[in-house]
Design a protein around this ligand. Structure first.
Ligand SMILES: C[S@@+](CC[C@H](N)C(=O)[O-])C[C@H]1O[C@@H](n2cnc3c(N)ncnc32)[C@H](O)[C@@H]1O
Length: 405
């Protein structure tokens, strides 16, 4: 729980900044002052009498954090630049090995954690049997691919050739207590839902009871971004109790929390390399206000910028989009300046820098990324937000504490 509140005090008690200042002058809610900046700040106890039940819960809500009773271990597949791996590490889980095919992502993992056992290369070439009994958990964000169906319940061998097959094969070889697959929300409806059903039936065949699938919203887990991740959890069938998903928090963080000093980060975002817009695009985006998009342009410019799409209808709210300081960022993609999914900086007319991207995904500032700027954006855009990974980690720790006790 946070100890001090500054600008958020107004949001917490549901009054404007002006009212808060007036109340300070009137002595109704007397602020404390930071010695150097003279900024107003408030403690939880000072704000509680002015909040309703919902807000009271918001500022005093409990963390999902659980301390591991032993050293728990994970084998992380499709590890990318390590978003999920760091999150699990922050929850106290040790990576026994990580597999990843992209050489720059592997360089990133090794540069930051020289002691991690990074298995570089195509997952197909690895046999994971030697990790049997060495990993409590197997995790993996396997890319989503269709299976071919023979119109029956799917078994492991039917999935051969897909990356989910490789994930399930690793689970079968390692026999962890629990396995966690991570994917995009689209997997729910992929091939009319049959792809997901196939995955569930394969995990069942290899000895895992699949928990009800959930799509977790990153904004509910201290991530300043509207990103969603589908989580597929299998519990080994000899274990009778269930895995509990992390409890969502009420407090929503926004772009300001990501890029400026505050509750998420101790400093403003450090400078770093970043992409630029071509002059023609910059001239257009210069005219878009915070939280605005192409519809905020003069009508002639709308037609010119959108081309045929102008007449096709549909919101296309991601085009010429500028993010506002007081909202969570829209989902980051693998490249920072795409026409359909623009995310322009709130004040400067440019895409987010690499470090801003990393902040929005809640990577720590000391996590270095390797490869060209494009490779770095891709690694970050592909990642599970670190704070979401940490909260999933707490749930795994709680599950394993229960198992081992
Ligand atoms: C969604 S990303 C995983 C992100 C990662 N879990 C994180 O939190 O940063 C999927 C990763 O799978 C990797 N990948 C794709 N095909 C692979 C293969 N055949 N073998 C190993 N890794 C592969 C990609 O390079 C990519 O980094």
């Amino acid at each position: 729980m946070k100890k001090y509140y500054t600008a958020e005090a107004s949001e917490i008690i549901g009054k404007s900044q002006k009212t808060i200042i007036r109340w300070d002058d009137e002595g109704k809610l007397k602020a404390l002052r930071e010695p150097v900046t003279n900024k107003r700040y408030y403690t939880t106890d000072m704000l509680l009498p002015f909040t309703d039940d919902f807000q009271a819960e918001y500022i005093s809500e409990k963390s999902n954090k659980v301390v591991p009773q032993e050293q728990f271990t994970v084998l992380e597949l499709f590890a990318g630049a390590g978003g999920l791996a760091i999150g699990l590490e922050q929850a106290g889980i040790k990576c026994v090995a990580l597999n990843e095919i992209d050489k720059y992502a592997c360089q990133t993992l090794r540069a930051n954690r020289p002691k991690w056992n990074v298995l570089e290369g195509d997952i197909k070439q690895y046999d994971f049997s030697n990790y049997k009994g060495q990993a409590d958990i197997v995790t993996g964000g396997f890319p989503c691919q269709s299976f071919s169906y023979a119109g029956k319940r799917l078994g492991l061998e039917d999935a051969r050739g897909t990356l989910f097959y490789e994930f399930a094969r690793a689970v079968k070889e390692v026999e962890p207590l629990i396995c966690v697959g991570e994917n995009v929300r689209g997997l729910l409806n992929h091939d009319g839902g049959k792809t997901l059903q196939g995955m569930i039936s394969i995990l069942d065949e290899i000895g895992y009871r699949v928990m009800p699938v959930q799509v977790l919203k990153a904004i509910n887990y201290k991530v300043p971004q509207k990103r969603e991740r589908l989580i597929l959890v299998g519990v080994r069938k000899d274990i009778a109790f269930d895995f509990e998903y992390p409890k969502p928090y009420k407090r929503i963080y926004n772009l300001e929390d990501a890029l400026k000093q505050g509750d998420l980060f101790d400093t403003d975002v450090p400078k770093s390399i970043g992409a630029k817009y071509p002059v023609s695009k910059k001239e257009v985006l210069d005219l878009v206000p915070q939280k605005g998009y192409w519809r905020d342009l003069p009508i002639e410019l709308q037609k010119q910028f959108m081309g045929k799409s102008f007449y096709l209808g549909g919101g296309k709210t991601g085009m010429a989009r500028r993010i506002g300081w007081d909202e969570p960022c829209l989902t980051l993609t693998c490249s920072p300046a795409q026409k359909q999914t623009e995310r322009c900086h709130p004040e400067e007319t440019r895409p987010f820098t690499v470090r801003e991207y990393a902040r929005i995904q809640t990577f720590p500032d000391n996590w270095e990324f390797k490869g060209s700027a494009a490779h770095q954006y891709k690694q970050i855009g592909n990642a599970v937000p670190v704070n979401l990974g940490k909260e999933i980690g707490y749930s795994l720790v709680s599950f394993l504490n229960k198992y081992y006790s």
